[in-house]
Ligand binder design. Structure first.
Ligand SMILES: [Ca+2]
Length: 129
């Protein structure tokens, strides 16, 4: 798998409400594509933004059937979006689990300073029966 891509596997059965949003800490424009492959079909969402501590304006929320996988592809642009190049991802996805809900943090680096927070994606998965 390319190092600008990371997949989160969502195990189980039944339905879950999946919500994804993100923020940037970056001068360069950040692009993220999320591909959701659920038991009841695929969906996807693109996210973009730039700036320090700026939320991305896109927000994905959908009820899906488990099991599912969610692939995050991270890119960035040095020329305002005309040319995209891969942004290496950070360390492993951080995962926070509680009964019925999981939270994930997936972040990337555009290789200028290695602070690994140029894009920080957050995903919540709430079981809804
Ligand atoms: Ca950085």
């Amino acid at each position: 798998m390319a190092n600008n891509s990371q997949t989160v596997n969502l195990k189980g059965s039944g339905y879950a409400l999946v919500s994804i949003t993100g923020l940037t800490n970056a001068t360069y424009k950040q692009h993220v594509a999320a591909f959701i492959n659920a038991n009841d079909g695929p969906s996807s969402q693109e996210f973009s933004g730039s700036g320090e501590g700026k939320p991305m304006k896109e927000f994905y929320t959908q009820k899906i059937q488990l099991p599912a996988s969610v692939e995050f592809d991270f890119k960035f642009s040095k020329d305002g979006g005309a040319t995209l190049e891969p942004a290496s991802r950070s360390q492993q996805t951080e995962e926070f689990m509680a009964k019925g809900i999981s939270l994930y943090k997936i972040s990337s680096e555009d290789a200028s300073d290695n602070d690994y927070n140029d894009t920080v994606m957050q995903m919540s998965v709430a079981l809804v029966g």
